[in-house]
Design a protein around this ligand. Structure first.
Ligand SMILES: [Zn+2]
Length: 513
């Protein structure tokens, strides 16, 4: 039986074009999804768009467009971002789809039946940017700290979710499962929120004030609060609540919800409480990543520093963009994007690193006949270095430390480069034109074999991060990429005799910029 692995991104609020902040999230999830597939897991990877709520309606109005059309256009941009970034998602859900709406209503009905939804008059401070009510302690100088805007006072009769009822169960969950929220700093933040006590939350709005949302079952005058609608996407996309629940039965509970630090609370506290209310198993982990800054500042339209992923992938090879984010922005913290940093990493790690190593090795093989030579002597030290690299790599990936995993691979790339500099195989290649000395031939052949097989090993390690580059290295080594990827993980990472393969040097993998 295959291990199943269900991974999701948050569904971004599609009232603006996607920027690299979301590209980062979807890329992180893609790397993990591809890694788990490499391990042999049966992976299901979901992303999509969140399209209801006041912000969407407001932005559509400002754009002078009907909200349905506006949301559809924006959602399509997120879909094409996923395609452009070579994201391996299995499904893309929109909260305006019928399949979602029907099942989100069913979820509400169940929670209501179980006594966790009630109606009451409420007056509070509401931040439109957050789509949520705020308490005084959430505000800084009377303003939402995320949006830097003053919340409006809202008095309505709304439905409430009895979040307070789940205080004890959530405390137990957090006590029992310390890795429920990753990393520890984000887990601790949620512990603190829990300690201060959970209050019931408003989960609907009056329809006359907000006509753009899923109607509350049995009450045509109210629509669902956008979070109560959106969070259920993780199960509605799997067919929960429909006639065919086979995907849900197969893949739920989620193994990882990948989310940004600003929505940690919704995923780590509200969502589990909602699931407990209707009696559905809880996700195994909420993996919380940081923000991406541009030149040290938060991206914003007013600062004019929004970086569009389209521009990046138009200018640079896509794999280099994937590499940069994975290598430069640690999952568990914030990171910074600057053009200078990008070019620096590109030239140092890609053009001069893996790109240069590949062409150096293949040039020498070309000069000695164009075929990967056989090795006479076993180099146990070299092979154990590969084993060690794999071990460290797997350890870092298990902890979402993509940056450290790549760092480990690049240590091995440097080892190969250094060995070439020390052994100076080009001198041995020159000697070939003289009457052949069998000894130096065999030393050269051993070295070239080890370098070629190391390139193959590196190509496998890069698969989750730079799938196109993996293919390219395979092809250059005379391997059929399709056949290689059909192999099991243990076969792929086993030291393999690829001697006799006809290499093709090809263009440089990453031309210098
Ligand atoms: Zn806000």
């Amino acid at each position: 039986m295959l291990n199943k692995f269900y991974i999701t991104t948050t569904i971004p609020y599609a009232n603006a074009d996607p920027h690299i902040g979301f590209a980062l999230e979807i890329l992180y999830a893609d790397i993990m999804a591809r890694y788990r597939r490499l391990l042999g897991d049966d992976v299901y990877f979901l992303t999509g768009t969140d399209e209801h709520g006041q912000k969407m309606l407001k932005t559509a109005k400002e754009a002078g467009q009907p909200v349905e059309k506006f949301a559809a256009e924006k959602s399509a941009k997120f879909q094409s971002l996923a395609d452009q970034c070579n994201i391996s998602n299995n499904d893309f859900i929109r909260t305006t789809e019928e399949r979602h709406i029907k099942r989100a209503k069913k979820f509400w009905e169940l929670a209501q039946k179980n006594g966790d939804i009630y109606k009451k008059q409420y007056s509070g401070l509401y931040c439109v940017g957050c789509e949520s009510f705020k308490t005084e302690k959430d505000l800084m100088d009377g303003k939402c700290s995320l949006h830097n805007t003053a919340p409006e006072i809202l008095t309505e009769e709304n439905y409430f979710f009895r979040l307070s009822r789940f205080q004890k169960s959530l405390e137990k969950l957090f006590k029992k499962n310390k890795s429920f929220v990753y990393p520890a700093s984000r887990y601790n933040e949620m512990q603190n929120v829990l300690r201060s006590g959970l209050e019931d939350i408003s989960i609907s709005r009056e329809k006359k004030k907000l006509p753009w949302g899923i109607e509350v079952p049995g009450d045509a005058e109210q629509v669902m609060y956008v979070w109560f609608d959106a969070l259920t996407n993780y199960i509605t996309a799997l067919g929960w609540g429909s006639a065919d629940e086979s995907l849900f039965k197969k893949y739920w509970p989620a193994d990882a919800h990948v989310v940004g630090k600003d929505v940690n609370r919704f995923h780590s506290l509200l969502w589990p409480a909602m699931l407990l209310s209707v009696g559905i198993d809880l996700p195994k982990q909420i993996a919380v990543h940081g923000f991406i800054y541009v030149d040290g500042q938060k991206m914003s339209k007013s600062l004019g520093n929004v970086v569009n992923p389209d521009e990046l992938s138009a200018k640079y090879p896509l794999d280099s963009v994937r590499y940069f984010f994975a290598r430069e922005i640690p999952f568990d913290n914030d990171g910074d994007f600057t053009n200078e940093k990008f070019v620096e990493r590109y030239n140092a790690d890609l053009a001069n690193g893996i790109g240069n190593l590949t062409s150096r090795v293949l040039t020498m093989v070309e000069k000695t006949g164009g075929v990967v030579p056989a090795a006479e002597k076993k180099n146990a030290k070299w092979q154990s270095l590969v084993t060690k690299t794999w071990k460290e790599y797997a350890g870092f990936l298990a902890q979402w430390r993509f940056d450290r995993a790549l760092e480990t691979v690049w240590k091995f790339v440097s080892f190969c480069d250094q060995t070439i500099s020390e052994k100076q195989p080009w001198k041995m290649v020159k000697q070939l034109s003289f009457p052949r000395k069998r000894e130096s031939m065999s030393e050269l052949e051993d070295l070239l074999f080890y370098l070629c097989e190391s390139l193959r090993q590196i190509a496998v390690m890069l698969l989750p991060f730079m799938p196109d580059t993996t293919d390219k290295i395979f092809v250059r080594l005379g391997l059929d990429a399709g056949k290689e990827l059909a192999k099991s993980f243990s076969e792929l990472r086993t030291w393999t005799d690829i001697s006799g393969n006809k290499i093709s040097k090809g263009e440089p993998l990453f031309p210098r910029i």
